[in-house]
Design a protein around this ligand. Structure first.
Ligand SMILES: [Zn+2]
Length: 153
């Protein structure tokens, strides 16, 4: 019996996103750039949040007394010291993993392939993620790109 792919809303959203990323980035070069940008934006954001949390942790001694005085409402706004500590160590782990992934990715991204191979990527991308729904929109986009005042790509 063939395995039916799960059709729950989360999985459907994943399939759509997966196919969109293939459609919009149908070459090796574009997939490399996409993955690199995704990794770097993840590192930038997670690293920055970690810094902020560590800062709050550093000068948390005085505000602790203030939030205790403010009572229950303050407690719901500010996470307690334990869960903050846990989040900091989770984010430290994530950042360490992202750093390792970056080292591995750099090697993948050294690769360049000749144009006929990129053409093969495009061809198979079209088979893997055909855009049934947006054939008309694609046609319109192409028309838009032909007008003089819009830069082509
Ligand atoms: Zn599912």
């Amino acid at each position: 019996m063939p395995e039916e792919p799960c059709q729950c809303p989360d999985c459907q959203r994943f399939y759509r996103e997966h196919d969109r990323l293939i459609r919009e980035n149908p070459t090796l070069r574009q997939q490399q750039e996409l993955s690199w940008a995704a990794l770097q934006s993840f590192r930038t954001l997670a690293g920055r949040v970690l810094e902020e949390l560590q800062k709050t942790q550093g000068d948390h001694e005085a505000p602790a007394a203030a939030s205790a005085a403010a009572g229950a409402s303050a407690a719901t706004e500010a996470p307690d010291q334990d869960s903050l500590q846990q989040a900091v160590s989770d984010l430290e782990n994530i950042n360490a993993h992202l750093f390792s992934i970056e080292a591995l990715m750099e090697r993948i991204f050294d690769v360049r392939v000749p144009e006929p191979v990129e053409q093969k990527f495009r061809e198979l991308a079209g088979e893997l993620a055909p855009d049934h729904l947006n054939a008309d929109r694609l046609r319109l986009n192409r028309l838009l790109h032909q007008t003089q005042d819009l830069p082509d790509r």
